[in-house]
Design a protein around this ligand. Structure first.
Ligand SMILES: [Zn+2]
Length: 638
């Protein structure tokens, strides 16, 4: 998700990144202490499901399901009826006496626990279960009015280890009039997400995921296989996760051909225009068209349907080795000027993310950006607002597409550790911004949008450790601990290790854990293992403490080689910093110090400046690592 914009960047003076001086630790480096680890996670290491070197353990397991879903809807009637068959495989060593289901759309029920308030138009009667069978036998669902997004259902007979169970569920719900992450975008455009009863994750370190969905957390899902049929009236187009299996059955031949052509086209092809839709010549003219999609090993599915949204598409090479292309599609109101560029923004994002950071070929066959109200990612789908400022439209699309990797490709438990999801997406967003906007503008934008609200707010909520489980955080404590703060940590690590070693750590983590469920400790341990560095001092400081960023330039002393600066770490976080040196002769230079300057002593560092010239003034400048108190950042020659 993209948190709401607090303001468009003002011009902020930025500085160049030049030579790094030699850092002089004031104390010998302490032995890297082990990181705090919850007892539940400690147990996973003892059980051998996770390995201390950061790899999945020899006994690693995760559960898996196959979903076959059919949903039917006929706007403007907001009713969605669904039927699904699930084959759920228990790969755990445990006997499961019951299952936990996620009924996420019960967030719309009056009285549901929820992070914010709800307008009348947001409220619905929730999800209604009309039938439930286990291995073909009708089984009581046990509805009760106090059940919201989390439903425990006992099984008639226990599900043994390495056994599977066949479930069938009929249900219906009404899409809400007010659309957020899902719902009725307008009277004949419905965004279907979180739309089917799903078996919750049962994992090796926490058991059943019984976390209530409050509209703040986003995803924790197993990797499942899906066949989904969306049944809609003629003249409705359906976009969604996975391969569209039957374009020839739902589209008129001309339009199926245009869609097909887009799969190899760099240029945007207007698959269906406003005129085409008004003339009702796009889809097959039968009472109901069944749009069939499939995807394997994917954490979720989402769909959008509309009878008047334009449809643009093109594609881009995401894997140079195989020349594999991924499709980029956009679905939008013709009046939204920014959306006419959206396919090319999406192509740029897929190209950049595949080739730069994370530098892993985009792992899916497509992405579709749908005009809605959310700024919200789903696998292969984004639901983004339209903005007057196209730079911002592109920025939001890039952020949501970056989520393809974290959480989806990586199976992150984003509901508990949002910083492994939003934090990475926000770090990639900054790096992509450097390409799009140039370094100076990207820094200024990041400061304004991702850092300023945290660093300028002295509330203790802002300084809670990033590792704090995200479900107990709210508002500012959630936003800054999920987005800006952890992104600054990841970017400080990149600055500390250099691109080559950082990439080695990141790629090793992604290669070991994609399609699985890594915890933060799997990430830390893998980076330590892959880079050959014990980075626990860095992880501990950035992710496990209440620190903030405030460095103070205490003094500068003349030495035989130049100057020695003493910098105190008032705020506690080990941030990189630039020292701007202005000489008496009018010249100046900027010296960059990575977080390495704090490895020996996290409270005080000495920085040497080699120069024969007379220094007139010195100033600390954090760049994206903004300093909470800049009044102690300057030194003037007495
Ligand atoms: Zn996000």
């Amino acid at each position: 998700m993209t948190i709401p914009l607090s303001g468009w960047p003002k011009a902020v003076a930025a500085k160049s990144w030049l030579l790094a001086a030699v850092a002089l630790p004031s104390l010998p480096a302490p032995a890297a202490e082990p990181l705090y680890m919850p007892r539940t996670v400690q147990q996973a290491y003892k059980n051998g499901t996770r390995s201390p070197d950061g790899r999945p353990g020899s006994k690693y397991w995760q559960n898996h399901a196959r979903y076959s879903i059919t949903v039917t809807t006929s706007p403007p009637n907001r009713r969605v009826t669904g039927t699904e068959q699930i084959v759920y495989a228990n790969n755990s060593p445990d006997t499961l006496k019951g299952l936990v289901f996620k009924l996420l759309l019960n967030i719309h029920k009056p009285g549901a626990p929820r992070n914010g308030g709800a307008n009348d138009d947001y409220l619905t009667s929730g999800v209604h279960i009309d039938g439930f069978t286990v291995n073909g036998t009708a089984t009581p669902w046990g509805d009760d009015s106090r059940t919201f997004t989390n439903k425990r259902v006992p099984l008639p007979s226990p599900l043994l280890p390495r056994d599977s169970v066949r479930l069938a569920i009929d249900w219906h719900y009404d899409v809400s009039k007010e659309s957020g992450r899902e719902g009725a975008i307008d009277s004949t455009t419905f965004y279907l997400a979180y739309f089917y009863p799903r078996v919750a994750v049962y994992d090796d370190y926490n058991g059943w995921d019984t976390m209530e969905f409050t509209d703040q957390q986003e995803f924790y899902s197993d990797f499942n296989d899906y066949e989904v049929t969306v049944r809609v009236p003629a003249n409705y187009i359906v976009w969604g996760t996975g391969t569209l299996l039957n374009p020839g059955e739902v589209l008129q031949p001309d339009f199926a051909q245009r869609f097909q052509a887009s799969l190899t086209s760099d240029q945007t092809i207007r698959v269906a225009t406003k005129e085409d839709l008004t003339a009702k010549r796009v889809t097959m003219q039968q009472p109901v068209n069944s749009w069939r999609f499939s995807a394997r090993d994917i954490p979720d599915m989402a769909f959008n349907l509309s009878d008047h949204y334009d449809w643009d598409a093109a594609s881009v090479v995401v894997d140079d080795a195989t020349k594999r292309r991924a499709s980029v599609q956009a679905a939008y109101n013709d009046t939204s000027a920014d959306y006419h560029h959206m396919v090319q923004y999406g192509r740029h994002a897929l190209d950049w993310l595949s080739h730069n950071w994370p530098g892993v070929p985009y792992p899916y066959e497509k992405t579709t950006i749908v005009q809605g109200f959310a700024g919200m990612e789903y696998p292969m789908m984004a639901n983004d607002e339209s903005y007057a400022d196209t730079v911002f439209s592109r920025f939001v699309a890039e952020h949501e597409i970056a989520h393809t990797y974290f959480p989806f490709y990586m199976g992150i438990n984003e509901t508990r550790y949002a910083f492994m999801d939003e934090g990475w997406a926000t770090a990639f967003e900054f790096l992509l911004g450097e390409t799009d906007l140039g370094h100076e503008k990207a820094v200024s934008f990041f400061q304004q949008f991702r850092v300023a609200s945290w660093i300028s707010d002295p509330s203790p909520l802002e300084d809670l450790p990033i590792i704090t489980p995200a479900d107990v955080l709210k508002d500012a404590a959630y936003g800054n601990n999920a987005y800006g703060k952890p992104a600054l940590g990841y970017l400080a690590l990149k600055d500390l290790l250099g691109d080559t070693l950082f990439r080695k750590g990141l790629h090793e983590f992604m290669s070991r854990w994609h399609g699985k469920h890594p915890t933060p400790w799997d990430m830390y341990n893998t980076f330590n293992d892959a880079t050959g560095r014990n980075l626990n001092w860095f992880w501990q400081n950035w992710y496990f403490t209440n620190g903030y960023i405030d460095l103070a330039l205490m003094n500068a002393r003349k030495t035989s080689a130049g100057y020695s600066l003493t910098i105190d770490n008032v705020g506690g976080l080990v941030a990189p910093v630039d020292v701007v040196v202005r000489y008496a002769d009018g010249s100046s230079e900027t010296i960059h110090e990575t977080s390495a300057m704090w490895q020996g002593n996290q409270k005080r560092a000495a920085v040497a400046i080699k120069t024969k010239k007379l220094v007139q003034s010195l100033e600390l400048s954090g760049g994206i690592w903004m300093d909470a108190d800049s009044t102690n950042n300057k030194w003037m020659r007495p």
